[in-house]
Design a protein around this ligand. Structure first.
Ligand code: FAD
Length: 332
């Protein structure tokens, strides 16, 4: 292992819940590794929580050189004040050149507070990162996703939040070695935030889904999502949506795919009655296999799809469901 440097490294905030590292943190470790190697610096992660040592090893297996570990009961639940105070003292001491945070709910809460305290810039919701002359190029959509802006930050550290599912997941290598640096936790008593009870939100997790069946304005009524649910169920998938149906209150926002919704990368994405506006394509074009069902043969969705069915979704989807059920029955 190279000599541990005090300044100018790449730092990744490793998010965890109940000891489980969020996948976006591994994706950031993958990208951070690439950036650190190109810069010839170390890659570190900062991990906060309680009883989370195993997670620190996982970060090393994925590519971190060192992990700053803040392990204390006061950090068991995410508390923006406790987390940011501890991270701030680390950043002030170690002076990373680049600091990356996942654009999750926690990351989006934490990053602006840290950037403001450090009086540094922050680019939110990046979809790619690059280097130019040693500076971080933060790439994110602008003007409704019609252009990709390349942003540089003059101040240090260069901070960015990065969307989940846009970076490659690094391989897990248990032979990798690194340093776990246990940090003295600044224990902050009352912060005005107290977790009384944890209730699982009844939300769909599109980002991790293997199969997504999405509906667009080709649907006539909100109840018709049932048809797509049926197809999704046969395939072991979940239902997604284009934005207008979310805006109209037909389905909840967590189902929205696209620029202002979720970025998804399933094995199969089935777009039913979706035209393929750039803002929708932005969120799903990296799916392994894209199947489009649309009445209009000139719909732009066909330009990105691997398989296209020109037809009425109300005729095509029931046939698909029937055929798939027959196929599955035949395999029993
Ligand atoms: C800042 C900004 C952010 C945005 N973010 C998002 C986002 O995150 N996600 C998103 O989706 N959009 C987003 N949009 C909206 C986007 O520009 C489009 O308006 C939207 O994606 C269109 O949705 P749609 O394809 O369902 O509807 P339409 O464009 O109206 O397309 C409906 C399609 O259904 C087909 N159709 C109709 N009836 C049938 C039938 N019976 N069978 C088969 N096909 C049929 C039609 O041929 C048509 O192609 C955003 C816009 C802006 C300005």
């Amino acid at each position: 292992m190279r000599e541990m440097r005090e300044e100018g490294d790449v730092l990744v905030f490793a998010e965890q819940e109940d000891g489980e590292i969020h996948m976006v943190s591994y994706e950031l470790i993958g990208k951070g590794r690439e950036l650190a190697d190109r810069l010839g610096v170390q890659l570190s992660a900062v991990l906060l929580g309680c009883g989370i040592e195993d997670g620190a090893y996982e970060l090393i297996y994925r590519g971190a050189d060192s992990v700053y570990l803040y392990d204390h009961p006061s950090l068991r639940e995410f508390d923006v004040i406790r987390y940011s105070r501890n991270i701030l003292s680390l950043v002030r001491e170690t002076k990373p050149k680049i600091f990356l945070i996942g654009a999750t709910r926690i990351g989006r809460t934490l990053a602006p507070r840290i950037a403001a305290a450090l009086r540094t810039g922050l680019t939110a919701d990046c979809v790619d990162l690059d280097l130019d002359d040693g500076n971080l190029i933060q790439i994110r959509p602008a003007f409704s996703g019609n252009i990709m802006a390349q942003i540089r930050t003059r101040t240090r550290p260069q901070m960015a939040t990065v969307r989940y599912r846009v970076m490659r997941m690094p391989r897990r290598d248990t032979s990798r070695e690194g340093r776990i640096i246990r940090r003295q936790v600044e224990v902050i008593g009352e912060t005005g935030i107290e977790v009384l009870e944890k209730i699982r939100a009844d939300e769909v997790n599109l980002a991790d889904a293997e199969v997504i069946v999405s509906g667009g304005r080709g649907l006539r009524r909100p109840e018709d999502f049932k048809l797509l649910e049926e197809l999704a169920e046969v395939l072991g998938g979940v239902v997604g949506s284009s934005r207008p149906l979310v805006d109209d209150g037909w389905i909840s926002k967590d189902h929205q795919v696209g620029f202002s919704g979720n970025t998804v990368k399933p094995r199969v994405y089935i777009a039913c009655g979706i035209s393929g506006a750039p803002q929708h394509l932005f969120g799903m074009r990296d799916s392994d296999v894209i199947i489009a069902i649309n009445k209009d043969p000139s719909a732009p969705i066909f330009n990105v799809s691997d398989y296209g069915v020109v037809g009425d979704l109300y005729e095509v989807v029931p046939i698909l469901i029937r055929k798939l059920r027959e196929e599955l029955k035949g395999r029993e």
